[in-house]
Ligand binder design. Sequence first.
Ligand code: SF4
Length: 244
Amino acid sequence: MMAAGQMSANVSEVFCSVQGEGPYVGSRQAFVRFTGCNLKCSYCDTSVGNSKSCRFEELPGSGAFKQMENPLCAEDIEKMVASYKKIHSVSLTGGEPLMHADLISRLNIASPLYLESNMTLPHMARKIRDKLSYVAGDVKLLPLSSVDDMDQHFEQTIECFRTLKTTKDRDCFCKVVVTKDTDSDDVEGIIGAISGYISCLVLQPVSQKELLPDQGRLIGLQERLLDHIDTKIIPQTHRMWGCL
Ligand code: SF4
C-alpha cells in the first residue's frame, strides 16, 4: 500500500521567473521549489526546511504571494503552474526534488519538465526519468558534512547521471559549483566518468565572494575539462540584477 505522504509534498514556493543558471539562462520558467534535502553543502544558500505554507506568486514578478497550506497534492501544483503563460518549462527545484519523485510521477503538466537535482538518489530518478525533458544535474564535491562515504556518493552520482542521461527526448547537462577549495583532480575524475551521459558541463563560480576560486585556476580547469566535454563557465545571473 502506498503511504499517504507519497501523494503530497511540502512545497516552499511556486512562482514564474527566468532561469538564472546554466545553458538555458534567461528562459521563462515556472518554478516549483520543494522542501527538504538529503545533503548539507557548505555553501548552500537555499532554505530547505519544511514550511507550513507554500508561497504562490499569482502575478509573475509582482512580489505578492498568496499562502497555500501544505502539503500540496499534484492537482494543487498543476493548477498553480497552469496559470503561467508562455513558459519554456517548469523547473522542479528545491531542496532536492527527487525526494518527492512519487508526487512528481503523478504530475500532469503540459509544459516540459526541467529537473534541478543534486543527482544522488538514482532509485528515485528511475521513477520519473521518462517525464523529464531537461535535467540540470549537479556534481557535489567536498566538503559535504552529510556524506560519510565519498566513494559511495560518487557511485550514486554516476548512476543518477546514467539513469537521466541525454537522449533524443531529454537534455541532461551537469553543473559544478567551484569554490577556492575545489580540487581540480576530483572534478576531472567525476566528469570523465559521466561525460558520456551529458550534453555539456557548466562550471559555476560560487556566489559567496569569500569562497570564490582564483580566476586563473578556474580558466585552467575549464581548459582541462574541455578534453572531456563542452565546458562553459557561467555564473549565477540572478544576483547580477538583484533578483533572487
Ligand atoms: S544539494 Fe542543494 S539544496 Fe541541498 S544542501 Fe546542497 S546546495 Fe543546498
